[in-house]
Design a protein around this ligand. Structure first.
Ligand SMILES: CC(C)(COP(=O)(O)OP(=O)(O)OC[C@H]1O[C@@H](n2cnc3c(N)ncnc32)[C@H](O)[C@@H]1OP(=O)(O)O)[C@@H](O)C(=O)NCCC(=O)NCCS
Length: 176
């Protein structure tokens, strides 16, 4: 799988095995954990990597700063090639980059990959309703709130989630 077509991507590249060390470090940060849930809690790092590489329903990207340094990762998961949709998950692990536009840029570039490169029609995500920075960033990238998911059962006591989506036909894509 590709980053193409017409691909000039400033903020994202394909994830490399060497990136994992940084991702594992960020994964143990309590604040990031609360916002994103843990990546490597129940899954061994090598198993996670194998799934990212082999599983056609997932694709992982590194997020880079202007100098090409790794600052986080963004993933399309639960890709349904038949229904043409996927779920987006993002985490900027280096907190010094929060609130500086990098997340929105990365999301816009992933939307370009999803809609132009992969011909998907819809990207959705779930976000905690009190994660205002993330919700604002997703809104800037064109996501709309479509539902509120109440945390109950096993998740009782957690913050409720907001379901957001962007549809290909109405999306504004990052310039290549
Ligand atoms: C969520 C995330 C990807 C967003 O990326 P980002 O680069 O920080 O976001 P941006 O700078 O592009 O946009 C953030 C917007 O929220 C605003 N913002 C920042 N902090 C805020 C806060 N506490 N409350 C409300 N708005 C806030 C910013 O001002 C900006 O809006 P503006 O451009 O209109 O001024 C990133 O912050 C991150 O990875 N956070 C930790 C993990 C996480 O929450 N992941 C998402 C889980 S669903």
């Amino acid at each position: 799988m590709v980053l193409a077509p017409n691909g000039h991507y400033r903020r994202i590249r394909r994830l490399k095995y060497e990136d994992l060390k940084m991702l594992v470090g960020w994964d143990s940060d309590a604040e990031i954990n609360r916002l994103t849930g843990r990546k490597f809690h129940e899954t061994r790092v090598d198993d996670w990597w194998r799934a990212i590489v082999r599983d056609r329903s997932r694709i992982g990207f590194a997020i880079m700063d202007d100098e090409g340094r790794l600052i986080g990762d963004v993933e399309l998961e639960h890709i349904s090639w038949r229904i043409k949709e996927a779920e987006l998950r993002i985490s900027i692990g280096d907190k010094t980059y929060w609130g500086r536009g990098f997340g929105t840029e990365a999301v816009l570039e992933v939307l370009r990959v999803a809609f132009e490169g992969m011909s998907l029609q819809r990207i959705y995500l779930r976000v905690q309703e009190d994660n205002e920075r993330a919700i604002r960033s997703y809104a800037k990238a064109g996501f709309k709130k479509i539902a509120r998911l109440v945390a109950n059962g096993r998740l009782s006591g957690n913050t409720d989630l907001v379901l957001m989506e962007v549809i290909r036909d109405t999306a504004t894509l990052a310039n290549g």
